[in-house]
Write a protein that binds this ligand. Structure first.
Ligand code: SAM
Length: 248
């Protein structure tokens, strides 16, 4: 990879173009996003997210940023946990995903302590030392400059705060690999075509997972951005990993 290009799935594209390609993917999938998540993961993404919430330790009165929060699976639960005295910011670069999230939370009667902000993870429009907890679930993979994003998250986290990164990772159980490859590269695009009339976006999903840093690399990236006590938990044989780090 030279300096001016980056990967978009398995393709090399100019760095300045990646965010447009990613935007096109999420504009295309926004309406079917929730149903596809349940279908593709057999509902297991709910357990991964529940684990993230448990590991976040978020309490009443705290201020939480759910970055790349999309349709708000984490934000809605955080809104209940922080209560009236707390605050949740659901931030996403993509207006279509953010609109879906906002509609959904309002439909569920979640209002008052949730704010919606269209923002790029690489340059967060929040003050220094502002949040008690930041989560980014299945979002970091899509960000062009992940190091810049991790530094921005570190800046806006208050001392004592923690970052949780939930993301697809590298499968650690060799026995799973052939099945997982078949599922990702054959079944996902087919499901995408049949349900969302969009095979390409789901092919990008499978490819972007393979291009994402593995568990140890991401842990080292978090440490390089300033996070301390970095650790990760493999879920379902490393299909997904939850990374956690603190600003001390
Ligand atoms: N967090 C939600 C979840 O777990 O269901 C949504 C995840 S969705 C796979 C990825 C989200 O990342 C999309 O909503 C997309 O718009 C957002 N995203 C991609 N690049 C981003 C960036 N640079 N900054 C902020 N959000 C970004």
């Amino acid at each position: 990879m030279n300096e001016d290009t980056t990967h978009f799935g398995f393709q090399q594209v100019p760095r300045s173009e990646k965010h447009k390609r990613v935007a096109a993917v999420f504009e295309s999938v926004a309406d079917k996003y929730d149903v596809m998540n349940d279908l593709m993961s057999f509902g297991i993404h709910r357990l991964w997210k529940r684990f993230t919430i448990e590991m976040s330790g978020v309490r009443r009165g705290q201020r939480v940023l759910d970055l790349a929060g999309g349709t708000g699976d984490l934000a809605r639960r955080f809104a209940q946990l922080v209560g009236r005295e707390g605050e949740v910011v659901l931030a996403d670069i993509n207006a279509a995903m953010l609109a879906r999230g906002r509609e959904r939370l309002l439909d569920e009667g979640i209002a008052g302590n949730v704010h919606y902000v269209q923002a790029n993870a690489e340059c967060l429009p929040f003050p220094d030392n502002h949040f008690d907890c930041i989560t980014i679930a299945f979002g970091l993979r899509n960000v062009t400059d992940k190091d810049a994003a991790l530094r921005a998250m570190y800046r806006v986290l208050r001392p004592g705060g923690r970052l949780l990164v939930l993301e697809f990772s590298q499968v650690t159980l060799p026995v799973l690999r052939p099945l997982y490859d078949f599922y990702s590269f054959k079944a996902l695009p087919l499901m995408g075509r049949l349900v969302a009339n969009d095979a390409d976006s789901y092919r990008y999903l499978a490819e972007s997972i393979r291009m994402h840093p593995d568990q140890e690399t991401l842990k080292a990236m978090m440490a390089a951005a300033g996070f301390e006590r970095c650790e990760y938990f493999n879920l379902n044989g490393g299909i997904v990993a939850l990374h956690r780090g603190y600003k001390l």
